[in-house]
Ligand binder design. Structure first.
Ligand code: NAD
Length: 481
């Protein structure tokens, strides 16, 4: 039996043909997921609209809304093991990543934004009018569509759902068709937490379901995480419908700069963590490594040694360090780009092939001698592929910044050095939403997350997400009237 849709407080079957969800470690179907029809998408949006105006939601006191979010966080904790196993089975990530990054991360997000509910403040402005009080209110935007990708389905939904609800919005969730299951379970827990009917709605389905939401005239704000190509389609659909507000978290191609003075062992460990987390299926993953020529050979040798000792296996096996890729389609995409890398002359140091076992496993791969013009430096591979380039030393800092910035993306970057001036110059010069110095790209709910250039619009997390889900209203009060 397929999972269900959640519309206006009811669990219902999708009217369109259900679709399969695969266990990527086995390459076999293990669940069926309902597909919403176009009419059901309309019903979900209508339910969210009605709930937005209902006293059951609008008139809740901030402390009461906060209590609902705290309750949801507690329910996530109570079901942590079950959620982690489900995420691993559906997405492939090692169980420890599911437990910490995905499930604990989701609960922490709900707690963090529960804390914000009672602290969403406006301001007063010294306008130059006599007898006039001017103040601002932060008001919820209205109906929000939340469209998520397959790489961290639970955590990325929490990035969006927690601030949306904290600010008093209503939502229609559309998870990736590749990994819908943890979102279905999270919505069950939200219902159990006691959010009024229509506040949280869920429509599962593929790109077409997402497209219906992007073009919907009664969606006020759409928060999307996924590929840049689909981000552009959503932007167009918004422009051609109602100019709904957009928050876009898109692709990345993060550079990692390793200076001559870096602790190479620490840099290798940090870059392995930053490059291979979730088998490289991370938007901020470190993918292209610019190493000072004097340390290049040592870095490549140690990186390759680290990569080749990593244990590939099903996420549910506690000894696995690298899980499968999410789908056969994605496995083929990674394989194709690795073949392009070889054909363009990158030196294959280790890996480079689909692993010889069931499921969608790709061997972690290191390319050395990579040149700036190569496809592996520019295209988002979103897999376990690390490309090493080099640079000539401190005198090259300006041109190194230009090389790091020679990409359509600007999500994340990292610098490995003990020299504070080098770190600061590179951090200032690189055009990316986050620069990590001597650490892997791990987001935190207290810090803003988002991209420059084609990596997106707006910011999630931190206080910035409160802005993303609110409109600022200016109230002018002439008390001399
Ligand atoms: P995707 O673009 O294929 O799909 C993302 C979502 O968009 C899915 O729910 C999908 O069904 C939906 N969709 C597809 N076509 C649509 C359309 N025409 N209109 C509306 N929605 C549509 O992305 P993906 O392959 O699931 O995820 C991988 C991508 O996500 C990578 O590019 C990665 O860099 C990016 N990503 C970015 C961040 C970030 O924070 N910037 C985080 C994670 C992933």
């Amino acid at each position: 039996m397929a999972t269900k849709l959640y519309i206006d407080g009811d669990w219902i079957d999708g009217d369109s043909e259900p679709f399969d969800s695969y266990d990527p470690a086995e390459g076999r179907v293990f669940e069926q997921v309902s597909q919403a029809s176009s009419q059901q998408v309309d019903e979900a949006v209508a339910a969210a609209r009605a709930a937005f105006g209902s006293s059951a939601w609008r008139d809740l006191l901030p402390v009461q809304r906060a209590a609902l979010l705290f309750r949801l966080a507690d329910l996530i904790d109570q079901h942590a093991e079950e959620l982690a196993a489900l995420e691993t089975r559906d997405q492939g990530q090692p169980l420890e990543i599911s437990r910490t990054v995905s499930v604990r991360g989701a609960a922490e997000h709900f707690r963090y934004y529960a804390g914000w509910v009672t602290k969403i403040e406006g301001s007063t402005s010294p306008v130059s009018f006599p007898d006039t009080l001017h103040y601002t209110r932060k008001e919820p935007i209205g109906v929000n569509a939340l469209i998520t990708p397959w790489n961290f389905p639970l955590m990325i939904l929490a990035w969006k759902l927690a601030p949306a609800l904290a600010t008093g919005n209503t939502v229609v969730i559309k998870p990736s068709e590749v990994t819908s299951l943890s979102s279905v379970r999270l919505v069950e827990l939200a219902a159990q937490a006691g959010f009024p009917a229509g506040v949280v709605n869920l429509v599962t389905g593929g790109g077409e379901t997402g497209a219906l939401l992007s073009a919907h005239r009664d969606v006020d704000h759409l928060s999307y995480t996924g590929s840049t190509a689909v981000g552009k389609l959503i932007t167009k659909a918004s422009a051609e419908s109602n100019l709904k507000r957009l928050t876009l978290e898109l692709g990345g191609k993060a550079p990692s700069i390793i200076a001559a003075d870096a602790d190479i062992d620490a840099a290798v460990a940090g870059n392995l963590a930053g490059g291979l987390l979730n088998s490289g299926q991370v938007c901020a993953a470190y993918t292209r490594f610019y190493v000072d020529k004097r340390r290049e050979q040592e870095f490549v040798e140690k990186l390759a040694r680290g990569v080749s000792t990593m244990v590939l296996g099903a996420g549910l096996d506690p000894s696995s360090q690298l899980g499968p890729l999410v789908s056969e389609k994605h496995l083929n995409h990674v394989q194709r780009l690795v073949e392009v890398g070889r054909a363009e002359g990158a030196e294959l140091v280790t890996g480079g092939r689909v692993a010889d076992r069931e499921g969608y496993f790709f061997q972690p791969t290191v390319f050395a001698g990579v040149q700036d013009s190569m496809t592996v430096v520019h295209e988002e591979i979103f897999g376990p592929v690390l490309s090493v380039l080099s640079y000539d030393g401190p005198d090259e800092l300006e041109s190194l910044i230009a090389r790091a910035n020679d990409t359509e993306y600007g999500l994340a970057a990292t610098v490995w050095t003990k020299d504070i001036a080098t770190a600061q110059r590179l951090a200032n010069g690189i055009r990316a939403g986050a620069v990590f110095v001597n650490m892997p790209p791990i987001p935190d709910m207290a810090a803003p997350w988002g991209g420059y250039k084609a990596s997106g619009w707006g910011r999630e997390m931190g206080p910035q997400a409160i802005d993303a889900y609110t409109e600022t209203k200016a109230v002018w009060l002439n008390y001399g009237y």
